[in-house]
Design a protein around this ligand. Structure first.
Ligand code: 4NP
Length: 155
């Protein structure tokens, strides 16, 4: 049985597809399954934003085959860990939790780097390419620590 991890943002086309691709590249595939979803449903079925695809490609990752999904309360049963990109995602996801156990699966991804500081991965959708590069750097640093912890906790 693999450990299942879900990355969540608003549209599931900018930040969480990058988070999925980056974390998956740091974990052994036989033990871990990484996926992503959005709290909004506007982009369901679409591939990631071209700027996220390009940012990943520059860093040696192909995220172009991902398809946007909508986060639902069933995801609490499927996934062991749910990492959200910002505080608004945190509120939207935890609102759907049925109990404390489900709620406790949800964490801000940047808590890995800045525990307890409630730092957001900024939404790059309406900005320029450098916003996507910044998102990549933040997620790369956070997932370095996260991957190490996950491997330690599940070996
Ligand atoms: P994401 O970025 O949450 O990082 O995927 C967004 C993508 C699309 C929209 C908002 C944020 N949108 O409003 O369509």
């Amino acid at each position: 049985m693999s450990v299942k991890i879900l990355m969540v943002c608003l549209g599931n086309i900018c930040r969480s597809p990058l988070a999925e691709g980056i974390l998956a590249s740091k974990l052994p595939k036989d033990k871990f399954f990484v996926d992503s979803a959005g709290t909004g449903n506007w982009h369901v079925g679409k591939k990631p934003d071209e700027r996220s695809i390009a940012t990943a490609r520059k860093n040696g990752l192909d995220i172009s085959t991902q398809k946007a999904k909508h986060f639902t309360s069933k995801d609490f049963d499927t996934y062991d860990y749910i990492f959200v990109m910002d505080n608004s995602n945190y509120d939207d996801v935890t609102f759907l939790a049925k109990n404390e156990e489900q709620k406790s699966k949800v964490r801000l991804i940047l808590d890995e780097l800045f525990p307890g500081d409630n730092v957001d991965v900024p939404d790059p959708y309406y900005g320029l390419q450098n916003g996507f590069d910044m998102v990549y750097e933040m997620l790369d640093e956070a997932t370095d620590l996260l991957a190490k912890k996950l491997i330690e906790n599940h070996s």
